[in-house]
Design a protein around this ligand. Sequence first.
Ligand code: NZQ
Ligand code: ZN
Length: 393
Amino acid sequence: MNGFTYYSPTKVLFGRGCERNVAAEIRAFGGKKILLVYGGHSAEKSGLLAKVGRALEEAGLAYRSLGGVKPNPRLELAEKGVSLAVEYGADFILAVGGGSVIDTAKAIALGAANPGTNLWDFWLQKAKPEASLPVGVILTISASGSEASEAAVLTNQDTGEKRGLSNELNRPRFAFLDPELTYTLPKYQIACGIVDIMMHTLDRYFTPTEGNELTDEIAEALLRVVIRNGTKALERPDDYQAMSELMWAGSLSHNDLTGLGALKDFAVHQLGHELSAMFDVAHGASLSAVWSSWAHYCYRSKPERFARYARNVWNAAGADTEAAALEGIEKTVAYFKSLNMPIDFSGLGIGVQREETLRELADRCVFRGERKVGSFRVLDRSDVYQIYSLANH
Ligand code: NZQ
Ligand code: ZN
């Protein structure tokens, strides 16, 4: 086990209707003037926004709203939010929505606390944030884990970059997890969420680090629970039990617990981000579209790890290590198919790409040669190109 720091300070409040106590939590974390951030129309349509507004008013908390956050959230709207937060004098940012809304809220919080810095410079690592406003979350989709994570992912449309910023300041102060708020999700979004939750653990589980029993077994248990309840959730999106398991797993899968003491990989996420940046596809779908290609390309680096995954997560028989490893990949792919998630570019809806596009994707993924991605197998530009090529049908 490698040395680690485990810092997961987000207060989690879980259960039916829990978000009715949002005002008390904001007060407890010092908020008096709130900027409420939300997405398209789902929270308006469900009545959640009106309920949250009433709760704030009844508690005597002043607030302004900023809606319109889109999936793969844009830098531009975050910058608008920073101006609004500064002008209003907001001292607390409340996100009502999913990963896109939460990441926008995190960006606004950073920008408002560092008004002299160009916001995108934080994402380019040209500037390091020293302060942030507190952020709270009412979660409406189990997927990104942003409600408990240190990351915030934004897209700069001018440059075609989708980048994540990891910083402890990004951890929300609290997260309300009410599984009933996810009943209105379209099945496609539920499925994208299941893939993303699995992938946050898989991108940690496939690591070169050896000898990490507890972390490995937590990861395997989480995957089994998500796989089982993912199927139930898609059959019945108002299955409280299934939606509860997904919601809690979503937070635990990305608060670092399932990869403690091990080197992270996250190559599949980096491959997926470039697809979302170029084609604006849903995050979860971008991941399943490349996972099979990544797995086939990389499993020989340590087939025993894939065999262990196959046996402990999928109950694979596998006569030997190689057979078990491949069986685990096949079962994962079959599961993605059962969720109606894509396993290649055609399924993702972007069609078969020309070679120059694949080269451009690969070039962007390695930041034009400035970095390599992954750790299970370290991938350079040529490896990334080969993986995209395998998914290109
Ligand atoms: O905008 P509205 O109308 O709310 O609709 C949203 C959106 O269209 C809809 N939705 C959300 N809750 C709903 C609902 N529809 C009906 N009922 C509800 N209860 O779902 C759609 C997707 O929302 P989004 O917030 O984009 O989903 P998700 O939570 O999957 O977030 C994806 C974003 O998070 C980033 C992704 O890259 C992507 O940009 N990630 C953030 C991470 C982090 N900060 O730690 C880690 C992840 O790996 C990921 O990269
Ligand atoms: Zn993700």
